[in-house]
Design a protein around this ligand. Sequence first.
Ligand SMILES: [Mg+2]
Length: 216
Amino acid sequence: MPTLYIIDIDETLFITDARVRVIDSKGETRVLSPEEYRKYQLGAGEKFDFSDFEDAEMFARTSRPIERMIDRVKTIMGGIEDESYTIFLTARPDQNDRDVFLEVFRKHGIDIDSGHVERAGNIRLDLFGSRKKAVIIDKYLRRGTWDEAVMFDDDERNLLSFLELGPAHPSVRMTAYLAGLDGEITHFESRERKHGKTFRESQGRGGRRVAHDRGR
Ligand SMILES: [Mg+2]
């Protein structure tokens, strides 16, 4: 059962003080809470500033572990079969100090070196965050012969983009879990599936775009 495990970092494994800022056309900056960011629509002349999310030292200094999720990941990675693989898929770009960043995982007993950190923030395409994550997942799905792909993420938009890859990979079972800040997980299905049709049946050809998604 070769399985690809896809695990988000921020707000899934660790809570940190890193914040998104909005810079307006006059250069004035405002800090957004994670909640505000999720709903924020950029106004004219505004742009997001994600620089906190490149700061490995800030990650190391402020990260609070979500213990139950960390334990779950350790269990997954401890029992992993040869052909299965784990990626840590973050919206962050390259970190300014890779070792400081990875050491946080090692310190909490996560065998980060037997998996791989994929940084969707490095993708320069003009795509929303969840689409960038999907580009990376798609690359892995094409590369291997997986029976299943399992994703854990605190942002529904990322899980939806993941499930939307299903029709292109009909032999892979796509399983999504919404991760809570308390480490609880809930099985996530698209609205279509909940209403009795499978996601695939509801997609038809060409798929469906999710509007206004900036999933981080
Ligand atoms: Mg997250």
